[in-house]
Design a protein around this ligand. Structure first.
Ligand SMILES: C[S@@+](CC[C@H](N)C(=O)[O-])C[C@H]1O[C@@H](n2cnc3c(N)ncnc32)[C@H](O)[C@@H]1O
Length: 262
């Protein structure tokens, strides 16, 4: 196969879910696309910017056959050769746990030009949609974005380090590791730290669970929360004007009984 002169692949961040949270540059790239290969967490409304483009779903859904990363890479290159202008549309930002760098390495090895158009990552936009300021002045001096599930399917060791810090912790792909995450934070005496879980954030299917490290597993069961979700751990959670009253209430309730913040 030989790249034609017009072959170009744009890795485009589609934002966290709300179709309005895409960049102007992203919309322009979609309008020019001949082929769009898109992931599961993409708002389908974004595809309407390219009514004439060929649309290829390459997402991974639990219980369905999903394409391997190698198959996806090969498809991108095949379409770039055949159609020229390809958009690889990804959830959030392509470089935040999006395997964007791997795709670029593969595509460029065929001499095909690539461009990255950043997207608004769910790691920031989903907490923001609940009024959580990850670095609220006077409360948090940094935030960590960590994957709950590494390439070897294990919990990232960074969670141990993060649990010892005063940073706000944002965990993606962490729902199946929640028990381990809670155990680590408890080990470092962080049972009282406010914790929020936001599923399908910024979409009409959004679900929210609030609690502390000590209570969050029960909250997940009560509210039937599952992936895709973001876990936010830190004092900034209870500082949100949207969430503050929840924490004021549980403080009052628990102080009636034991004078402790559950
Ligand atoms: C493979 S990562 C991709 C992250 C993406 N590149 C980004 O910047 O948002 C997928 C994980 O992101 C999180 N995620 C993405 N969109 C989300 C949303 N709308 N609500 C909650 N979590 C989301 C979930 O933890 C999900 O399992």
């Amino acid at each position: 196969m030989k790249a034609n002169l017009n072959s170009k692949v744009t890795l485009l961040g589609g934002g966290p879910g709300d179709p309005e949270l895409i960049t102007v540059k992203g919309v322009r790239a979609l309008k020019r696309a001949k082929v769009i290969l898109y992931d599961a967490l993409i708002s389908r409304e974004l595809l309407s910017y390219a009514p004439n483009a060929k649309k290829v779903y390459v997402g991974k859904r639990r219980g369905y056959h999903s394409r391997s990363q190698n198959e996806i890479n090969e498809l991108i290159v095949k379409y770039a050769f055949e159609y020229g202008n390809v958009v690889r549309l990804k959830g959030g930002d392509p470089f935040i746990f999006g395997r964007g760098a791997e795709e670029i390495d593969y595509i460029e090895s065929f001499g095909i030009e690539t461009e990255v158009v950043s997207g608004i990552s769910s790691s920031m936009a989903v907490p923001a949609s609940q009024g959580i300021s990850l670095t609220k002045r006077g409360v948090s001096e940094s935030f960590w974005v960590i994957t709950g599930t590494t390439s070897s399917k294990k919990l990232s060791n960074d969670v141990y380090l993060a649990a010892q810090s005063t940073a706000t912790i944002v965990i993606l792909m962490g729902m199946s590791k929640l028990k381990e995450i809670v155990a680590i934070f408890k080990k470092f005496k962080k049972g009282n730290v406010p914790t929020a879980i936001i599923q399908n954030g910024t979409t009409e299917n959004e679900k929210l669970g609030l609690g502390t490290i000590s209570t969050i597993e029960d909250v997940v069961v009560q509210k039937d929360l599952s992936s895709p979700a973001i876990i936010v751990i830190g004092e900034v959670v209870k500082e949100s004007t949207k969430l503050r009253s929840f924490y004021e209430n549980i403080y009052v309730e628990s102080s009636k009984h034991q004078n402790i913040f559950i």
